[in-house]
Design a protein around this ligand. Structure first.
Ligand SMILES: C[S@@+](CC[C@H](N)C(=O)[O-])C[C@H]1O[C@@H](n2cnc3c(N)ncnc32)[C@H](O)[C@@H]1O
Length: 846
């Protein structure tokens, strides 16, 4: 027996020894599957609730060290549903570890298997359980540890002959490493250059040099946009002059150099060129990129390029050891090294300041401030105030940004203020008497929080002497804390409150209550859009700040998840967080604040990017695009998307689900598909479109290919099936359709007295003149449930489904039902008089 993530695994030969209640539930579940042969499964997986059971069949249990999953029948007892997955053709099937836990085998085998598990444990192969469940990742994990498994033996990789040959070949000819082949053709600015611009470090007036510029795509893009830029590359731009610049970039160069000495020289050279700041980018290790032949301290790829994948901590340590400067990570694999301390301090302060968001023009508290502006009734001074309103408002704005009175040297319009008011004191006094004091209190409180977070984050930085700090910071310290010591103490006590889960929980709840982010009560996880971090309460900001000390610039991700219970922070990056109704997860970086371990998961290659559903949960109502997203999420919910169970949730499965409902995503809307589905496509859970289109006596007699011309008609039949027939089939079992859709070719052949213009069998089809054949819309069908009293069926339909119209013709005859978006809910009984005339009367169920 084996326990993994709350699932219990037992071997089929262990079933007899189970608790009778479990045994009975397994027996009941097995009966629901098509499994008839005992050899058709090896293991049973179930949970404590005894509702879900999977019968798993593996490749050879005895011979394979890690048997591959071949087939799985999953049963949900409460729903009596069975789903089947076939992995036989999968190139990356799930695999089974620790076979010895199924103790039904003879002791010799169990011993052999235990020895393998023990050896694997010793080399740390199970350290990251999330990475080992599938065959390919498992092989990669073993290779990354320098091992492979042969039979039931763990062997070092060097034992593989072919590998040894290859490495010898490479070592005998160092020039085989083709470094230049690593240079991409870029269609967007590289990440380090983007970070430099985002952080305000690279501006049009700065000089910029790209050392190891590759094909020069960054340079071209910068020059096209009015920046001054130059670069050099040993392969692509060897003849270019190398010169010093304010900002230098060393983007993804260190990771392609296999010689440690040359790597170090390249870094030092680039740093020497940088007058203010150097950005360095390297490849970061993640679970699916470390492939290739081990070579030096990295790997050699199939294209003969060398790659050294750094862990984030290794990268930071490397930069510090080589340069003696404190690196600032701004994103995974991207660090900044400052040569100019003022630039460094400005950068640091900017990162902690929520006002930087104000400056970009978006701040809900700012909007409140403007609304709250109340003129004060002081006749004489009011007039001086009003006469100079613009100038005083400007001064007030600067006061609010600083959360304190600005010092003379901090004011751009000082001389104008003195000219108009005689003294700065007088100008301040006019503002204190006439502006909104509460607004100032709020701004001041927020600034104090910003500075406290700044000092908390100081702990992660190399300190520099206080005397060398910028004047503005010194003024802030004096005003808000009294002394540097108190400022540092305030920062430290904020840091100390991060592990206090109750305070963190309270601050997170408060943030969510202010309408920023989403607090998941069931898991105590708090999700914050990265651009709203500055709106958070101090402890949440400090918590994310601690994680960002390792991750880099939190704002470079899209969504931040704070796991309150487990002290972890995850930075989630989506492909287009605001621009798409369902963004896809590109990267997930999880930081454990207790162990300071960082795990990077990149979703590409074999890893399906995870779609972000119900994005409106994370947005604030004032956000641009909130309403569109909210309406989109509601539409998806109305389509029953969230009731559906997916084996693997991917964007493709969402599209397929919608396509089955004849819908497609268009912007933030769900529209009808452009092209009608195939007649063999499912229409609801049990039927196919062909069941409605190719049915009935007349259709069968004349073999008419009775297909709708309008896509709306397909959608209408889908809705009829989903809303009325699926629940009915769930309850009564299979039905027999006797008449469904009636198209233009079938219509003239139906001889019975029928009203095509009202009976909804024509659904949304149109006449030649463009008018609808039937003005009621919706869709209709006639059906019978064999061996049931159709009165009972009719009564059930009327009472349990949103049916539009129902015509009951007799207990042993088919009933007619229809469905449309706003159903009328009308029920009729049709009787034939002795003269053969049809009499229709309202049917009222008892
Ligand atoms: C992966 S490319 C990166 C190019 C560019 N920085 C980018 O981000 O698109 C690596 C580049 O480093 C260059 N390179 C290799 N060794 C170098 C060295 N010792 N000094 C500077 N550049 C080097 C290669 O020629 C190659 O163009």
């Amino acid at each position: 027996m084996k326990l993994v993530a709350g699932n219990i695994y037992v071997h089929k030969d262990q079933l007899d020894g189970l608790d009778p209640m479990v045994k009975e539930a397994v027996r009941e579940a097995l009966q629901l599957t098509p499994i008839t042969d005992w050899s058709d499964f090896d293991l049973v997986r179930y949970t404590d609730k005894l509702d879900e059971f999977s019968f798993l069949s593996y490749s050879s249990f005895l011979e394979d060290a890690f048997p591959r999953l071949l087939k799985s029948h999953k049963v949900q007892l409460s729903k009596r549903s069975v789903s089947f997955r076939d992995y036989r053709d999968s190139s990356n099937p799930p695999i089974l570890h620790r076979k010895e836990l199924f103790s039904v085998f003879d002791s010799e085998l169990l011993e052999k298997w235990s020895a393998l598990t023990l050896a694997l444990e010793e080399v740390g192969a199970f350290d990251e359980p999330l990475k080992i469940g599938f065959q390919n990742q498992w092989v990669k994990t073993l290779h990354a540890k320098g091992f492979y498994v042969d039979g039931h033996h763990l062997l070092p990789l060097a034992n593989q002959d072919s590998l040894v040959d290859r490495i010898t070949l490479i070592e005998s000819n160092g020039s085989m490493v083709q470094r230049h082949l690593t240079a991409l053709t870029r269609y967007a600015l590289s990440a380090p250059v983007q970070q430099l611009i985002r952080c305000g470090l690279l501006m049009k007036e700065s000089s910029f040099f790209d050392y190891g510029c590759g094909r020069g795509d960054d340079l071209r893009a910068l020059l096209d946009n009015g920046y001054q830029a130059g670069g050099w590359d040993p392969h692509f731009a060897n003849e270019q002059v190398i010169y010093e610049a304010d900002v230098v970039n060393l983007g993804f160069v260190l990771n392609v150099i296999e010689d440690p000495l040359e790597r170090s020289l390249a870094l030092k050279k680039a740093l020497k060129l940088a007058q203010k700041v150097l950005s360095v980018g390297v490849m970061v290790a993640n679970e699916n990129n470390v492939s290739g032949t081990p070579y030096a301290d990295g790997v050699l790829t199939s294209r003969q390029t060398f790659q050294k994948y750094f862990s984030q901590q290794e990268f930071i340590d490397y930069l510090f050891a080589q340069t003696g400067l404190m690196p600032f990570p701004v994103a995974p694999g991207i660090c900044l090294l400052f040569k100019d301390e003022d630039v460094e301090q400005r950068f640091l302060l900017g990162r902690q300041t929520s006002r930087s968001v104000v400056a970009e023009g978006f701040h809900y508290r700012r909007e409140q401030r403007i609304r709250e502006r109340v003129p004060r009734p002081r006749a004489v001074k009011q007039s001086i105030f009003e006469a100079n309103r613009e100038l005083l408002d400007e001064l007030w704005e600067q006061t609010l940004i600083l959360g304190r009175e600005p010092m003379p040297e901090e004011l751009l319009n000082l001389s104008q203020l003195i000219d108009v008011f005689g003294s700065l004191k007088r100008a301040f006094k006019l503002n204190w008497n006439n502006q909104n004091a509460t607004e100032f209190e709020l701004a001041s409180k927020q600034r104090l929080e910003d500075l406290t977070v700044y000092f908390a984050m100081e702990k992660f930085r190399q300190q520099r002497p206080y005397k060398d700090q910028p004047t503005r910071l010194k003024t802030d310290v004096k005003y808000f804390f009294g002394s540097l010591r108190s400022a540092q103490d305030a920062g430290f006590s904020l840091l100390k409150s991060v592990p206090d889960l109750k305070s963190l929980w309270e601050d997170a709840k408060r943030g969510a209550e202010c309408g920023v982010g989403f607090f998941d009560e069931s898991t105590d996880q708090y999700f914050i859009p990265a651009d709203k971090l500055s709106f958070q309460q101090p402890i949440v900001r400090a918590c994310v700040g601690c994680a960002a000390a390792l991750y880099g610039d939190a704002a470079s991700s899209s969504l931040i998840k704070v796991h309150i219970r487990s002290s972890k922070v995850t930075f989630l990056t989506y492909d287009d967080f605001y621009g798409k109704p369902i963004p896809l997860l590109v990267q997930r970086v999880k930081i454990n604040l207790k162990t300071l371990r960082m795990d990077v998961f990149t979703y590409d290659g074999p890893f399906t990017p995870i779609p972000l559903l119900e994005k409106s949960r994370f947005l604030s109502e004032g956000d641009q695009g909130f309403l569109e997203q909210f309406n989109f999420d509601i539409r998806l919910r109305e389509e029953g998307f969230f009731e559906h169970e997916f084996d693997v949730l991917s964007f493709e499965t969402i599209q397929k689900f919608l396509h089955d409902a004849c819908l497609q995503i268009s912007g933030f809307d769900l529209l009808l598909v452009d092209k009608a589905p195939d007649v063999g496509a499912p229409c609801g859970r049990y039927l196919m479109f062909r069941d409605f289109f190719l049915c009935g006596e007349t259709q069968a007699k004349f073999q008419i290919f009775n297909l709708p011309k309008q896509v709306e008609t397909y959608r209408a039949y889908y809705l009829l099936a989903k809303n009325v027939l699926d629940p009915l089939i769930d309850y009564f079992g299979p039905i027999k359709l006797t008449y469904g859709f009636c198209g233009s070719k079938l219509r003239p052949l139906i001889k019975k007295r029928v009203s095509h213009d009202r009976d909804q069998h024509a659904s949304f089809e149109k006449k030649r003149n463009g008018e609808f054949v039937c003005s009621r819309g919706g869709a209709a069908c006639d059906f019978i449930v064999e061996h049931e009293d159709m009165y009972e069926v009719a009564e059930w339909v009327a009472g349990n489904t949103p049916v539009d119209r129902l015509y009951f013709h007799g207990s042993d005859r088919p009933i007619h039902i229809s469905y449309k978006l706003v159903p009328d809910g009308e029920f009729y009984q049709v009787e034939e008089s002795d003269s053969g005339k049809q009499l229709t009367k309202k049917l009222i169920f008892s």
